[in-house]
Design a protein around this ligand. Structure first.
Ligand code: SF4
Length: 380
């Protein structure tokens, strides 16, 4: 099945989208459509972390113009599982405009009606929308780099269909193979990728606003693995480098050609350095802890009182290592002041006789409080 690539911007996407979908002969086949965008964090569209609402608006307009009668947009983001947090996410991402224009409410998939299916890893709960045969399923990912998966594209976007407990299981068990297996279990009717403004470098929720890469492209296709192969190559990755994407050759590309639009992305680092802080990226840490950490750092950066305390810490300690996620076995080389965050670090903390910040995920305010306890401790 072909993958189409078209140049576009958020100003022209309304006119461009029908041309893009025409290239792969896409017309909705059902009257009801379920759309799964990527809205992973409560950040504005300019962050390039989320699918831009302009693209979503263009897609909804297109579907309605083709006779679709009901549109459901649903997302499941671990850190924003509680309904009041989910509403904050929808507001921050400016999806309230979509709700207003199309008279709908973005659905929190944690509470969607579900069915259980069998798959390689036992049983998996999925929203009815992607199983009932009544709804056309459209997967709308954002083109981004990712500190644990190298890239996060259409295959990984499907992780948002899972219940929170299953998202955590993915990270604790076999993240890459489970994403791949999920792509065999759930197959969209259409994939529409927002690659207009993208995220490069260490992401997806760190360094927002500074890691935006303007690519001005949209991609469409019907096969997850094909679309992700094409997208990864645009970003300068050989798909063999991305553990969850099986490499495919000889994919038919319509419209812009790969060689003309490929533009290597800055790659994610295994750790982030902020002053004396080294924040280690661990494959077994799930997005919820990642977002809690991003909120922690953002709050320290933007609150003057916290910034002052942070500067005091900087004077006191030349290096502080943040460690999260399951499976920790040893401190990183040169680590003198470790900060362990999340219940997953409990066993490791016990084995080392030190404290850890509790929570699954911990609230960012608790992380801040735990972190600044370092100011009261004596330097060893
Ligand atoms: S503590 Fe953090 S990394 Fe561990 S399961 Fe909970 S949210 Fe995920």
């Amino acid at each position: 099945m072909p993958v189409s690539i078209l140049k576009s911007t958020y100003k022209t996407i309304q006119e461009d989208l029908p041309k893009l979908l025409e290239k792969i002969n896409y017309e909705p086949q059902k009257k009801k459509v379920f759309i799964k965008p990527n809205l992973v964090d409560a950040l504005p569209p300019s962050s390039a972390v989320i699918v831009h609402p302009k693209l979503m608006e263009a897609l909804c307009d297109f579907l309605l113009s083709r006779g679709v009668e009901e549109i459901i947009i649903g997302e499941g983001t671990g850190y924003f599982t509680k309904q009041e947090h989910f509403r904050k996410l929808i507001k921050a991402t400016k999806y309230t405009k979509i709700e207003k224009k199309f008279n709908l409410e973005i659905e929190n998939l944690e509470f969607a009606d579900r069915k259980t299916v069998n798959w390689k890893y036992g049983e998996l709960s999925l929203p009815n929308y992607v199983l009932d045969g009544e709804h056309e399923y459209i997967n709308v990912p954002k083109m981004k780099t990712h500190c644990q998966c190298s890239v996060t594209l259409a295959m990984k976007n499907q992780k948002g269909l899972l219940l929170l407990k299953d998202k955590r299981n993915f990270h604790k068990n076999a993240l890459h193979d489970m994403i791949f297996e999920l792509s065999k279990t759930v197959k969209p009717d259409l994939i529409l990728m927002d690659a207009i403004s993208c995220l490069e470098g260490t992401g997806p929720t760190e360094n927002t606003q500074t890691n935006v890469k303007q690519l001005n492209l949209v991609l469409a296709g019907r096969d997850l693995i094909e679309v992700d192969n094409v997208a990864a190559r645009i970003m300068g990755y050989d798909p063999e480098e991305v553990k969850h994407i099986p490499k495919l050759d000889n994919i038919t590309v319509i419209g812009e050609q790969l060689a003309d639009v490929a533009s290597p992305f800055k790659r994610p680092e295994p750790y982030i350095v902020m002053g004396p802080i080294i924040y280690h990226q661990n494959e077994k840490m799930c997005t919820q802890c990642g977002i809690a950490m991003s909120k922690t750092f953002r709050k320290i950066l933007f609150k003057e009182e916290l910034r002052t305390r942070f500067e005091q810490l900087t004077e006191k300690y030349p290096r502080i290592d943040f460690l999260l996620g399951a499976g920790l076995e040893e401190f990183p080389e040169g680590c003198v002041v470790p900060v362990l965050v999340g219940n997953c670090t409990m066993e490791f903390a016990k084995s080392k006789g030190i404290d850890f910040c509790k929570g699954c995920p911990p609230n960012h305010n608790d992380i801040i409080e735990f972190f600044f306890k370092l100011l009261e401790e004596e330097v060893k």
